[in-house]
Design a protein around this ligand. Structure first.
Ligand SMILES: CC(C)(COP(=O)(O)OP(=O)(O)OC[C@H]1O[C@@H](n2cnc3c(N)ncnc32)[C@H](O)[C@@H]1OP(=O)(O)O)[C@@H](O)C(=O)NCCC(=O)NCCS
Length: 182
């Protein structure tokens, strides 16, 4: 993206639920934005074959998709939560507040949907500003290799992760079941 195509600020940004017609552009954005091994990460085991509970895209003033975030239903030893990820912003549109706007919208949507907590794998140096920490995740594990310092959570309700322990497992609707129903 050249400088003229960049949104000057998040004032030019709109965030909306992802539509079926956004999927191809979102996947191209993920390929540009993420390290090439992202599909092999432990988080992907919790997403593969499932439908997200929440999927949002950010568009710039021209309507181009410049950011994406999705959240997936998971469970660990009782309490349920949403797993957030991947969060990605087009490399040409970073540092303009798009990631923060997507995070705030995702947290608000999770709260509105009555979800108790959000967990994610990510850098505490970035996600700490949204209230995420490893304080409540010491007893949790991912279904694959992970760095415990990067397994973070935000409780949306007091004590929502109390008793959460063990390996996270996916509980969201299966994508193929929805396809068959359609
Ligand atoms: C992380 C990401 C989503 C941030 O998007 P963004 O639109 O640039 O975010 P914002 O404009 O809201 O915030 C930018 C700030 O976050 C900081 N930041 C970005 N990634 C960071 C990280 N991993 N650790 C610490 N700070 C980080 C930037 O330095 C910048 O700091 P500043 O506000 O002091 O200038 C984007 O860099 C991205 O898509 N990265 C690749 C994919 C990825 O790593 N996703 C997260 C894991 S799921």
């Amino acid at each position: 993206m050249n400088d003229f195509a960049r949104p000057a600020s998040t004032a030019a940004l709109s965030i909306a639920p992802e539509a079926a017609g956004d999927i191809a552009a979102r996947d191209r954005l993920l390929d540009r934005a993420m390290a090439s091994n992202w599909r092999r990460k432990a988080s992907e085991k919790l997403r593969r074959g499932r439908l997200p509970a929440i999927a949002l895209v950010a568009r710039d003033a021209s309507g181009t998709i410049v950011g994406t975030v999705r959240l997936w239903q998971v469970e660990a030893g009782g309490p349920s939560a949403l797993l957030l990820g991947p969060l990605a912003v087009d490399p040409g549109a970073r540092g303009l507040g798009t990631g923060s706007a997507l995070m705030r919208a995702a947290i608000a949507a999770a709260r509105d949907g009555g979800h108790g907590a959000i967990v994610l794998m990510g850098d505490p140096e970035y996600y700490g500003r949204f209230g995420f920490s490893a304080d409540r995740t010491g007893a949790l594990a991912m279904p694959g290799p992970f760095e415990p310092r990067r397994l973070l959570a935000l409780e949306l309700g007091e004590g929502a992760l109390a008793g959460a322990r063990g390996v996270l497992r996916p509980t969201g609707a299966k994508a193929d079941a929805m396809r068959k129903a359609a």
